[in-house]
Design a protein around this ligand. Structure first.
Ligand code: AP5
Length: 218
């Protein structure tokens, strides 16, 4: 089961990927998470990536593609994976196709989270993330039991620096210019399935689950 989740920032890709990964026992590969880890560790790649991420720009294709291809090659990804936040440019999509052809394999389905700007702005401005375990909350939609504290590990919740207003606007512009063209790219391959990112977490999961069943992936 090789899945790509595509959609604007804040559409809920990471939230669904975490649930799907648990349900289908395949790894959730998030380029955003991998890059944030690299930034935290102060590694060379992290230093290069930090400047782009802080401004809401895309990290250069070469860096990101190499990271993803290395991650996809690990044994836990042999039976499949969920790609969240990759590919994000036509160049990345073509490189992914090439890498899959070599295995040989292919992406089975691309779930496109069609999401209104109102939802996206609301989700990003309210997102809070646990500093310790990385679990995602939302101040209104998915609040923790205790304000500012993670339900799972008691870690401190914080706002991602790129979720601040000025950066969000740039991320949305970058999405429209660089990533939205992938909708056509995958529609032409006949593997794009649209869902509404405006739905609640459980309803959206049910819709995706049904798609996987229709595609005979589950
Ligand atoms: P990345 O971390 O990938 O950010 P993103 O794509 O902008 O996506 P988000 O994590 O913001 O949103 P999401 O769709 O996962 O939503 P979530 O589930 O968290 O990338 C960050 C940066 O890294 C990029 O700007 C770039 O610099 C760099 N980068 C990453 N990948 C790259 C690549 N391939 N190439 C180049 N550069 C790259 O949900 C959002 C909020 O809403 C949460 O609070 C959640 O609790 C809540 N929520 C989720 N679903 C629902 C729902 N259904 N109903 C109500 N609330 C919900």
């Amino acid at each position: 089961m090789r899945i790509v989740l595509l959609g604007p920032p804040g559409a809920g890709k990471g939230t669904q990927a975490a649930v799907l990964s648990r349900e289908y026992k395949i790894p959730h590969i998030s380029t955003g998470d991998i890059l944030r880890e690299a930034v935290k560790s102060g590694a060379g790649i992290g230093l290069a990536a930090a400047a782009f991420m802080g401004k809401g720009e895309l990290v250069p294709d070469k860096i990101v593609t190499a990271m993803v291809i290395e991650r996809m090659g690990k044994t836990d990804a042999e039976k499949g994976f969920i790609l969240d936040g990759f590919p994000r440019t036509l160049n990345q999509a073509r490189e992914l196709d090439e890498a899959m052809n070599k295995i040989p394999s292919k992406v089975d389905v691309v779930i496109y989270f069609e999401t209104s700007s109102k939802t996206v702005i609301n989700r990003l401005s309210g997102r809070r993330v646990c500093k310790t375990c990385g679990f995602n909350y939302h101040v209104k939609n998915i609040p923790p039991k205790e304000d500012g504290v993670c339900d799972k590990c008691d870690g401190v919740l914080f706002q991602r620096p790129d979720d601040k207003e000025g950066t969000v606007i740039n991320r949305l512009e970058v999405y429209e210019a660089e990533t939205k063209p992938l909708v056509d790219y995958y529609a032409k391959q006949g593997i794009l399935r649209k869902v509404s990112g405006d739905m609640g977490v459980d309803d959206l999961f049910s819709v995706i689950f049904k798609i996987f069943a229709e595609e005979k992936l589950a």
